[in-house]
Design a protein around this ligand. Sequence first.
Ligand code: FMN
Length: 202
Amino acid sequence: MKLLHIDSSVLGPHSVSRQVSAAIVDRLKQAAPSLQVVYRDLSQAPLAHLSGSHLAAAQGAPAPAELGPDLAASAAALDEFLAADIVVIGAPMYNFTIPSQLKAWIDRILVAGKTFSYGANGPQGLAGGKRVILAISRGGYYGAGSPAASLEHLETYLRGVLAFMGITNPEFIIADGIQVGPDHREKALAGALQAATSLQAA
Ligand SMILES: Cc1cc2nc3c(=O)[nH]c(=O)nc-3n(C[C@H](O)[C@H](O)[C@H](O)COP(=O)(O)O)c2cc1C
């Protein structure tokens, strides 16, 4: 069984989402030592933003030579995702949504004919067999009815994108209020790490 572990925080060892995503992977690996883990750090090794040349190449146009390594990186990112039975994603909130590094990765895996298709009945997800677990961290609070609720485009966006690919039951471990104060941060991190240890085994 294969697990793809993705991190996207730029805050290195200070990152909450990285600590939680690592705890999730540790928990699953302890429960199933034969799990094969592939790690991709989108902050250390970011994928480029899509360009017109990428889109032309995807339509079958000859790709300029300088795009070769990037197209190979793109194919590798998609292959990793398609091969994974379990995907663990560390996703902090930056400016009310996902980091642009994570968006650049999503741009490489949302590929028609691979992870979704359009048919007579509209869009159809093609990646539905995967278990996806997300470690999300937010500086504030965005619960229903809260003043900032309408600015929540992290969890809602990820749920939407995953559902579009057929992944309708993602599991979320959430650390909220990280920037509210040290007590809030400590409590949220401890709660998320505890939740990671209680995850259902792979
Ligand atoms: C560039 C940047 C933008 C941020 N924007 C928001 C935001 O819009 N809303 C929010 O609640 N927290 C925001 N935060 C706080 C982070 O969501 C919070 O610190 C979280 O723990 C980051 O995850 P990480 O610790 O894994 O990096 C922002 C942090 C950074 C560095």
